[in-house]
Ligand binder design. Structure first.
Ligand code: BT5
Length: 325
């Protein structure tokens, strides 16, 4: 943890205030150094009061993501979030991670961007990522897996996202196979899993996650308004992006741990419990092909098993699922 992250942690743990002398001793740096770090944090928008009786007290936080702050809030995780980087603007956070992957960076690194100029969905579709309104981030993973097993990671991302949203809001999100989180039938988050692999072994996986947090209805185009929403629109409350971000990373770390320990079936059970796709009649569009049927369950790799109109089981690993009324 960096010095700034340690200072923020100490300030949060001591809501009534903590003295400069205590901080200096805890962090093993001089009181002058503490003072200069406090000034730096203030310049980033943290409102830190100083007084002779209470020392330093954190009274306000900026609506911005800071790597040190996220690390301090997250605490210790096994893999995901050991290294966090925040950019003001990127093309796509998946591109930044791709570069880090090629440079040999360890798995678990997370890149957030306050805005993306070329945020993307699957099949090159556009993902709107307005400044400071959502969480637009990507994670590098290097799992010991076959390429066809990586759908497990999309499934795990969906369960982790759902749990984090439940814990940070009063909302009840649903999961739609394979990569959507919906509230009241509208999309509030999407997952883009990209991988680099040899024939039967994954080199790395990039999990790209977009969550519409504090967007107002006016920020969604007329077309998007029909299919998308945000946590703020649904709950009528502004949500702390930093809190939600760390809750998501913690839950993801847990689910990635479950998968690496060979416990995907536990993740799949949870997924099926909250998935609106299972048990429904659906139409799956894969390129030019349309398949209709009843979504029955997930298989061991996270693929969707569809009983088609003709009565046989079709295994679906991609495509767009439309739920029939
Ligand atoms: C997805 O694709 O749902 C995956 C979205 C992943 C976005 C993250 S953000 C961080 C990382 N960096 C990236 O560049 N991407 C990832 P798909 O299922 O193909 O859905 C795309 C469709 O969702 C678009 O065609 C629009 O109709 C709709 N859409 C676009 N922006 C949206 C938004 N902010 N919220 C909800 N829906 C949106």
């Amino acid at each position: 943890m960096t010095t700034d992250a340690k200072i923020l942690s100490a300030l949060r743990e001591n809501a009534d205030g903590v003295s400069g002398a205590q901080l200096a001793e805890q962090l093993k740096i001089s009181r002058a150094a503490i003072w200069s770090r406090i000034e730096e944090l203030r310049s980033l928008g943290y409102e830190i009061q100083a007084g002779p009786h209470f020392g330093y007290r954190l009274v306000g936080e900026p609506d911005a993501l800071h790597a040190d702050d996220l690390l301090a809030r997250l605490g210790k995780t096994k893999i995901i979030g050991r290294d966090i980087r925040v950019f003001e603007q990127t093309t796509s956070t998946n591109d930044v991670i791709e570069k880090l992957a090629r440079d040999g960076v360890k798995e678990g690194v997370v890149v957030f961007a306050e805005s993306q100029t070329k945020g993307r969905g699957r099949l090159g579709r556009k993902w709107i990522s307005p400044n400071r309104k959502g969480l637009w981030f990507s994670i590098l993973l290097r799992p010991d897996m076959r390429p066809q097993e990586t759908t497990q990671l999309t499934v795990a991302s969906a369960t982790a996202l759902r749990r984090a949203i439940v814990s940070e809001t009063k909302l009840q999100p649903e999961i739609k196979w394979p990569n959507d989180i919906l509230i009241g039938g509208k999309k509030v988050a999407g997952i883009l899993t990209e991988l680099s692999a040899e024939l039967d072994k994954v080199r790395h996986v990039i999990l790209g996650i977009g969550v519409d947090v504090n967007l107002d209805a006016a920020e969604l185009s007329a077309d998007l308004k029909k299919i998308a929403t945000s946590l703020k629109i649904e709950s009528s409350e502004k949500i702390s992006r930093a809190e939600l971000a760390t809750a998501i990373l913690r839950e993801l770390d847990f689910d990635y741990g479950r998968i690496c320990a060979g416990k995907f079936s536990a993740v799949a059970d949870e997924w099926e419990e909250h998935c609106t796709t299972i048990g429904r009649n659906v139409t799956v569009q894969i390129g030019d092909r349309k398949i209709r049927g009843r979504a029955e369950s997930l298989d061991d790799d996270g693929a969707l098993l569809l009983r088609t109109e003709h009565g046989h089981i079709e295994r679906i690993i991609g495509g767009d699922v439309a739920l029939e009324k």
